[in-house]
Write a protein that binds this ligand. Structure first.
Ligand SMILES: Nc1ncnc2c1ncn2[C@@H]1O[C@H](COP(=O)(O)OP(=O)(O)OP(=O)(O)O)[C@@H](O)[C@H]1O
Ligand SMILES: CC(C)(CO)[C@@H](O)C(=O)NCCC(=O)O
Ligand SMILES: [K+]
Length: 242
């Protein structure tokens, strides 16, 4: 099987064998031209010769249509995941016309009906979702640390910070430090507050910035980089069985 994750920043793919082991994987910046990037990958995908392509996309109908057009040339069956708030593996109280496919799949990949869980996705946006015994209660969306920095840069005259590292949440004494530490604290503080309000929810983090953020969270965090892929596999596995 071939699995595609079309996010706002990157396109990721995984090729898995019949026992679900990953045999090839890559992540590429698509610069808002995912169909063009896919075009460049079609030779590779053809060589992989998967029997099916399962797709998570948060790119919207227009870009998804272009992606479909590109994939149609491969003569390999493919399908986009559709969020379902009444899914047997997890019920959701969230508006399922709006809930991002990546968010939903990350939850589906983590969900355990015996647990209370807080799933935190750290990609282009940071999402924090609460799940109580396989029931999604809702969540929060924040701009990532990089989006926050870009918005300060573009919305002010005196803040000209466009690079640097996010490594502390102590007060800063320079613009550089105040910007990075303030932004990191906005996310770490929110996670700590939510975890304080929901003390018996297990914290699970995934995505490119999970390691940076989790260091400052004041409760144990489970880092998992396989949640979306696991969600994709569970979704299509469930569909084939029913
Ligand atoms: N200067 C930068 N501006 C924006 N993003 C950056 C920058 N430097 C690094 N990044 C990385 O881009 C990443 C995007 O997240 P991640 O790798 O989890 O998923 P993604 O696939 O890129 O996001 P999405 O799934 O939303 O496309 C950020 O997590 C961040 O680590
Ligand atoms: C929040 C993001 C950007 C995270 O990638 C994505 O899941 C998305 O575009 N969601 C749609 C909005 C929502 O989930 O309510
Ligand atoms: K938008």
């Amino acid at each position: 099987m071939l699995w595609l994750d079309l996010g706002n920043t990157r396109l990721k793919y995984w090729l898995t064998d019949d026992i679900g082991q990953i045999v090839a994987h890559d992540a590429k910046q698509h610069l808002q031209a995912p169909a063009e990037l896919l075009m460049g990958l079609t030779d590779r995908f053809e060589r992989y010769a998967p029997d099916f392509i399962g797709i998570s996309s948060v790119l919207g109908d227009n870009l998804n249509a272009k992606v479909s057009e590109t994939l149609s040339r491969l003569n390999i069956p493919f399908e986009f995941v559709h969020v379902d708030a009444a899914h047997a593996l997890m019920k959701s109280a969230y508006n399922d016309q709006q809930l991002g496919c990546d968010r939903w799949l990350q939850m589906l990949g983590a969900v355990d009906k015996k647990k209370r869980q807080c799933v935190i996705g750290c990609g282009t946006a940071v999402t924090i979702d609460l799940i109580d015994h396989a029931e999604h209660l809702g969540g929060y969306i924040f701009p990532s640390i990089y989006l926050q920095r870009e918005s300060l840069f573009s919305g002010t005259k005196q803040i000209t910070i466009s690079n640097g590292t996010f490594d502390s949440v102590s007060q800063g004494l320079t613009t550089q430090d105040a910007v990075h530490r303030g932004i990191l604290l906005s996310i770490v503080g929110a996670i700590n507050e939510i975890s304080h309000r929901h003390p018996n929810f297990e914290l699970i983090m995934t995505g490119g910035d999970a390691a940076i953020i989790s260091q400052h969270v004041n409760r144990p965090v489970r880092l998992r980089d396989d949640l979306l892929l696991n969600g994709l596999a569970r979704y299509f596995d469930y569909r084939n069985k029913s």
